[in-house]
Design a binder for this molecule. Structure first.
Ligand SMILES: *Cc1c(COP(=O)(O)O)cnc(C)c1O
Length: 385
């Protein structure tokens, strides 16, 4: 949808700034340099931003590879544009092996059994397919453990129908734990050294997600896998950002709803289900056109804030499916129909996805991917279609 349809038509909507996306990708490009390729992660509908539009803009912006979580996401990317390599970051289920090969999606291989399935299916289709072997260095999710990884890589290189394209690992705590990250690096490096000794070339080595990219530049190798940074959000972290970093990132998504009703309430008035908020004084409150049915986290009840006319207003009482209530005592001009910012900037004030997440005991990844289908995504910027 074109953005200028937005202003009047919607009760609750998200705006996606494709120019910001392009700037974020350009910033990542400058940071990693020309020798490192960028795999942009677009799983979960491009972190809730809308896969097709984001994929098109990233293709235009010069992404090298896409990362997805299932084959349907890969097919959507193919429909947008041909020719980009796609890595399936999850494990392919046995019944997905043939489709992955047909759709030209590079699988992540954690076991010899997976490698054999892909080899057999590839031979049947008369293809030789590039695969990435994953090493579990401490995440515990996918991948072969350090002592089995070298053997798995040998197995893959020996199987007909397969070509070793990459070897990778994934940080569990790059955002907060330098020691655990160092231990992971060490395990990964041991595998890489053993493989090198065996004379097996690895075209593509990668480890860094967004937090890795910021905090572990040593493991940049020749490919990085940013997700959150692409969407303009710095992963929340307890590690100080390296001073070379700065954060010239631009949040791509903003999220708005409207005021549906404004009223004065007297001291003692309870608000919303369960009366978890009771007014301690006379106040003005506004009922808003967004709720957890739009993906606004219910755990933000009595915790989160929204922006109205550039002023931060607290959410009062339980958030309901379609509506919530905010304190507009400090915003005398607030009126019915006025826009409300759930995520985004208004004048000097800004609520980031990370801030909303923190107020709700969540993480920005979850907040973004929870925004529901009911919220139209409106695209701005040079390549909005
Ligand atoms: C989701 C994912 C990423 C991207 O993570 P961010 O923290 O959003 O940068 C990178 N690698 C893998 C394997 C992933 O699953």
């Amino acid at each position: 949808m074109r953005a200028n349809q937005a202003a009047s038509a919607y009760r609750c909507w998200a705006q996606i700034d494709l120019n910001a996306l392009g700037q974020n990708l350009a910033w990542i490009r400058r940071r990693v340099g020309a020798g490192t390729r960028i795999l942009t992660v677009v799983k979960a509908d491009a972190y809730g931003h809308g896969l097709r539009q984001i994929a098109a803009a990233l293709m235009h912006g010069g992404t090298d590879v896409f990362g997805v979580a299932n084959l349907e996401e890969a097919r959507s990317i193919r429909q947008v544009g041909a020719g980009w390599p796609i890595l399936m970051l999850g494990a392919c289920l046995p019944n997905e092996v043939t489709s992955a090969i047909r759709d030209d999606v590079m699988p992540t291989i954690s076991t010899a059994a997976e490698a054999q399935q892909f080899s057999m299916a590839a031979l049947k289709l008369g293809k030789q397919i590039p695969v990435h072997v994953k090493v579990d260095t401490g995440m515990g999710r996918l991948g072969a453990r350090q002592r089995e990884a070298t053997l798995l890589i040998q197995t893959v290189t020996g199987l007909r129908g397969l070509r070793l394209e990459g070897v990778y690992s994934h940080y569990a705590s790059a955002d907060k734990d330098p020691e655990q990250s160092a231990a992971q690096q060490d395990r990964f490096q041991k595998v890489l050294d053993q493989v090198r000794k065996l004379g097996i070339p690895i075209p593509c080595i990668h480890a860094n997600n967004s937090a890795g990219l910021l905090f572990e530049p040593k493991t940049q190798f020749n490919l990085v896998r940013p997700g959150l940074l692409v969407y303009g959000i710095t992963p929340p972290s307890t590690r100080p950002l390296p001073h070379t970093t700065g954060t010239p990132l631009h949040p791509v998504l903003s999220w708005n709803c409207r005021i549906a009703l404004v009223k004065e309430i007297s001291r003692g008035t309870p608000l919303s289900y369960g009366a978890t908020f009771v007014a301690r004084r006379r106040m003005r409150v506004a009922t808003l056109t967004a709720g957890y049915g739009d993906g606004y986290p219910r755990s933000g009840s009595n915790q989160a804030s929204v922006l109205i006319h550039g002023t931060r207003c607290r959410v009062l009482g339980q958030i309901t499916m379609d509506q919530m209530i905010a304190d507009v005592s400090k915003v005398p001009t607030a009126g019915v129909g006025d826009p409300v910012t759930l995520i985004g900037r208004e004048k000097e004030e800004c609520i980031t996805a990370a801030e909303l997440a923190a107020a709700c005991g969540s993480i920005p990844w979850e907040v973004l991917t929870s925004i529901t289908y009911r919220v139209p995504r409106l695209y701005h910027g040079a390549h909005a279609a």
